[in-house]
Design a protein around this ligand. Sequence first.
Ligand SMILES: COc1nc2nc(N)nc(N)c2nc1C
Length: 309
Amino acid sequence: LEQRAAELNKVLTQYGHEYYDLDAPTVPDAIYDQLMKELIEIEEEYPDLRFPDSPTQRVGGQTLTAFEKVTHDHPMLSLGDTFSEEDVRAFDERVRQNIGDNFRYVCELKIDGLAISLKYVDGVFVQGATRGNGTIGENITENLKTVRSVPLRLTKPVTLEARGECYMPKRSFNNLNKERAEREENLFANPRNAAAGSLRQLDPKIAASRNLSTFMYALGTNGEEFGLTCHSDALDFLEELGFRSNHERRICTSLDEVFAYIEEWTEKRPTLPYEIDGIVIKVDDYDQQQELGNTVKVPRWSIAYKFPA
Ligand SMILES: COc1nc2nc(N)nc(N)c2nc1C
């Protein structure tokens, strides 16, 4: 039976990957559902056969009565906002006054979702949480287990915290609101609210049905324990471990390149399959981030440029 469970685990993970990640299923849904049902039954009867990375975790477990609170090891800061070119120039000026001219930025798309924290012990997903007030968030592990792009097990048995954004792709948002309109239910105003609403459901099966995704953009620490020296290396490291991180990021060594990036994505924004509400500009080197430091709420080494509403 243990062998059967391991075999089902393997084949369902493969089928799931083909269906959800490659959009190219090789077996009909009925077969997939029947095999999943068999594995759920085995795990129900023999709980010690339920491995942490079992594909059954993706369908959502029991409904919770409430979300527990979790205190973040390191505060989850938000971002200072800027709305104009001169605001960005002023930010750049402050950076130069502080650390001189020898630095580079990383520019990224500002994903319009919900900030999340994902914790792993020896490579296994153990806790997912919302930002909450930055210090205390809600434990939404069961819901985040149903989000396909959240790895249940990393490619390396490392212990770390990853931070990023959970979002609902535009297509899923439109389909969800179409279904709700047919059922004469109230519609979600935008994908961000839909993602937040989905993750706040106590029944994980609802989150499982909402086709949420993630882009991870930071480690909880400065990655020293992994020999990382800058933010862009951390993004590559996160991808090696199995996280999704956004590929549109760009190293910028001058403000002109930053403005060119902002210009480019102001134009291309409607073509993206997910919502962004701005661009995030970050000093790349960790030592320089440390030098610049943080205020109580926001980093001094990063700023968000928000698109005009
Ligand atoms: C350093 O803090 C942050 N970095 C970010 N990066 C991207 N790309 N998108 C975000 N939404 C974001 N949000 C925060 C708080």
